[in-house]
Design a protein around this ligand. Structure first.
Ligand code: ATP
Ligand code: MG
Length: 332
């Protein structure tokens, strides 16, 4: 299903955006400090080997360092890119560094450095995104529960790490969760992530209307409601949609075949029922986990800390669920 209705670089949908004045990404993006010449790498050090993926923000290449042959992912921002945007994405990634559940950023190459491109040099995650695993080779892959529990556990560990550093991702979806061949899940794509202001109550000003519409939580469609919402709840909602999508093998909040227009998505997300899973399609624990993530009322939605303790995650057989995920990635 082509879910191309997005709101990141808006407004072809002609809706007014009252982005809160405090929805900054980071104050003073450190463009100069991350110039390609300042680190151990320069853009010209790398040879492009293949395209790993394309998104709304950029094209990601598999690249090799010409001297060491070490491989990385290079995310080149569209249209030459905005060095400030790349620096902001890199700054968020730096805050979130040192977690096995978050993709690492090694360097930023600003357009000003001569290549004409703005790019992020990232850790290469060899299994691709959960979206590409789900799509399989020509036929949809349905994630077994054990693999889903592993995805949920590792994504939650990544979100706990981010939220503890006041970083909210705001675009959690299968295409932004990467997986290694060894079965390690990493949160990626911090293009619209933001750092919450540290002053008391600051977290309430950031549930902005940005992200991929299909994965946006109900409160983000409501200009009044989102003013009171903790934006971390949007990451939980995105994870709930992701887990349900991987279980069902398709985007879950619209009937199969329905066109994902903005209006259809908004109605389904804000007012629709969750899809009825047939008897035997999911355990009570998995049903409970999905319901806890997808409560429309953000004040009743589970927090990341609560979900980490949920029986679906905490009660999983760790070795078996990791193996199930590894097998799925190997078969993709
Ligand atoms: P979006 O459409 O969500 O805005 P984007 O343009 O910001 O996307 P990314 O999500 O960062 O781009 O990357 C696009 C795709 O490239 C991912 O879905 C994934 O398939 C691939 N990709 C990105 N980063 C990596 C990485 N570090 N290792 C391997 N593949 C990657
Ligand atoms: Mg992306």
């Amino acid at each position: 299903m082509a879910l191309t209705v997005r709101q990141r670089r808006l407004p072809q949908l002609h809706i007014s955006l009252d982005l809160p004045s405090c929805s900054f990404r980071c104050p003073n993006p450190p463009v100069a400090a991350t110039a390609s010449t300042s680190g151990e790498f320069r853009a010209s050090d790398f040879e492009r080997l293949a395209v790993l993926g394309r998104g709304n923000g950029g094209t990601v290449y598999k690249v090799a360092h010409r001297r060491t042959s070490a491989q990385y992912a290079l995310k080149v921002l569209h249209g030459g890119g905005d060095p400030g945007a790349a620096a902001a994405e890199a700054d968020v990634l730096r805050r979130a560094a040192d977690s096995p559940y978050v993709v690492r950023c090694h360097s930023v190459f600003p357009a000003a450095s001569g290549s004409g491109e703005t790019a992020l040099l990232l850790e290469l995650v060899d299994g691709g995104s959960l979206d590409s695993v789900r799509r399989g080779v020509g036929v949809s892959v349905f994630f077994p529960e054990a693999a889903l529990a592993e995805v949920a556990a590792q994504a939650l560990a990544g979100l706990a790490h981010l939220h503890a550093r006041r970083v909210v991702h705001r675009d959690i979806k299968p295409a932004n969760l990467l997986v290694s061949g060894a079965g390690g899940v990493k949160v990626a794509d911090f293009g619209i992530a933001m750092v919450l202001p540290s002053r008391a109550g600051g977290e309430r000003c950031a549930a902005a209307y940005e992200g991929t519409v299909a994965y946006m939580s109900p409160e983000r469609f409501d200009s009044e409601g989102r003013a009171d919402a903790d934006p971390r709840g949007a990451d939980v909602w995105g994870l709930g949609v992701t887990v349900l999508e991987l279980l069902m093998g398709r985007y879950p909040l619209l009937p199969a075949g329905q066109k994902p227009t903005w209006a259809a998505l908004m109605c389904a997300i804000c007012f629709g029922e969750l899809p009825a899973l047939p008897e035997g399609a999911a355990s009570t624990e998995l049903r409970g986990f999905i319901a806890a993530c997808l409560r429309k009322d953000h004040t009743k939605r589970a927090s990341v800390a609560e979900l980490i303790k949920h029986p679906f995650v905490a009660g999983r057989n760790m070795a078996a669920s990791r193996l199930a995920l590894r097998r799925l990635v190997a078969g993709a």
